[in-house]
Design a protein around this ligand. Sequence first.
Ligand code: UD1
Ligand code: CA
Length: 484
Amino acid sequence: MGANSLAAVVVLAAGGGTRMKSNKLPKVLHEVCGRSLVGHAVSAARELTPEQLVVVVGHQREQVQEHLAAHYPAVRTAVQEEQNGTGHAVRTALEALTADGVVLDGTVIVTAGDSPLLTGATLRRLADAHEAQQNGVTVLTAVVPEPFGYGRILRDEDGTVASIVEERDATDTQRAIAEINSGVFAFDAKLLVEALAELTTDNSQGEEYLTDTLEILRTAGHRVGAVVAEDHRDILGINDRVQLAQARRLLNDRLLERAMRAGVTVVDPATTWFDVQVTYEPDAVVLPNTQLQGATHLAEGCEVGPNSTLKDTLVGVGARVSNTTADRAEVGELASVGPYAYLRPGAKLARKSKVGTYVEVKNSELGEGAKVPHLSYIGDATIGEGSNIGAASVTVNYDGVNKHRTVIGAHCRTGSDNMFIAPVTVGDGAYTGAGSVITADVPAGALGVNRAQQRNIEGWVERKRPGTTSAQAAKAATDGAGQA
Ligand code: UD1
Ligand code: CA
């Protein structure tokens, strides 16, 4: 027996999850910190590199299978047509493996698809203790402040585990027991098969309880062991949305603690949310009310927030991102974004570039030091290094059918309120006049202007708007001019 003796991990995820009160989403697909509940179970299981990894699916199984195929293609599923209990679910998994010619020998771990805080390390500790003690079965337990709803661990006077009784089947004295069943077990594969064959439905739910295997194996003379979780919160099982929020809070606190210990400043952990895939470097600073989602990365010394939501976004060394929503964007070293910016997929901002206030950028590249400071939409554009885009400019990329690119060269100065009617190119070092609609290419070094000649109609206000405050102001101004 050693690190590779693990024959299989079986993840139970077929239950209906009725307490979630969801019409559309199976319980195990609800998310905590950017990963589904079943995804957390699979990720923890994979850390043990078992020979077989099977997820038992049933309720809304098409959705669960599709999700697993998309995110965890190596995982096998077994279908439990009717949810006749946790024991029945495990038998279904083992039968599916046998049907595929798999012979199980060694340790089998059974874990729940609804316990997202359970780590690979805890599963490993369970498997190691199980094998070291040569048990027939070993249950992961926890002593919890509120045992309501969980199966209780019944121990003999000498402390050995005798059996598990479910909440609904327990006496008042048994309900007072604080040590509960996590729903996670290590079994000897052969003994598991034997015990499952003896399960009955003789309980308040009329289901085959996996928990009954403990008493069955013990009565048959096998060793029954228990590993008590170091932190009882690790085993939190999600049955409703209150527990879902509790689990998210707990996992988030863990993720933030890990980030802070690695040198990230988190100014307000209460309003900062990290997904599990987020990565970071020392001296990154996260300001309040900030969500970092997906594979977002914070490079050294960058500052993000406040009030920012970044998804799958890379923030470069020393960059500054404030009050910003970003999705699949890249912010270069020392670049500056916001406040109030929206970076959409494919926004790539080079070193020292700037996307300022009320600016939206999509599928566009800004060269080194390029700036779009105010009130603009930059879509499907390339802006060369050192160029400055005047306030309130739009790259008009969409003709109603197709998208077109705007290319602006290096060190350009485009005027305020420009419309770049794509496809259009502005050459290196060119200028454009404020208020221009740039419909034709501007050669390098040229000034492109496209606006009507201004015409002033003298005395118009006093003639056409007599008696208004404007007319009075105009009169005072022209009289004053006459006296001077
Ligand atoms: C179960 C345990 C209980 C333990 C608790 C820990 C039993 C009988 N009870 O109770 O002792 O304290 O977990 O959270 O085992 N499932 C299937 N097929 C089924 C039934 C359930 O796959 O036919 C799956 C569910 O999807 C879930 C897991 O098994 O992931 C546990 O089922 P659930 O109904 O949540 O059991 P609990 O009542 O929480
Ligand atoms: Ca449960």
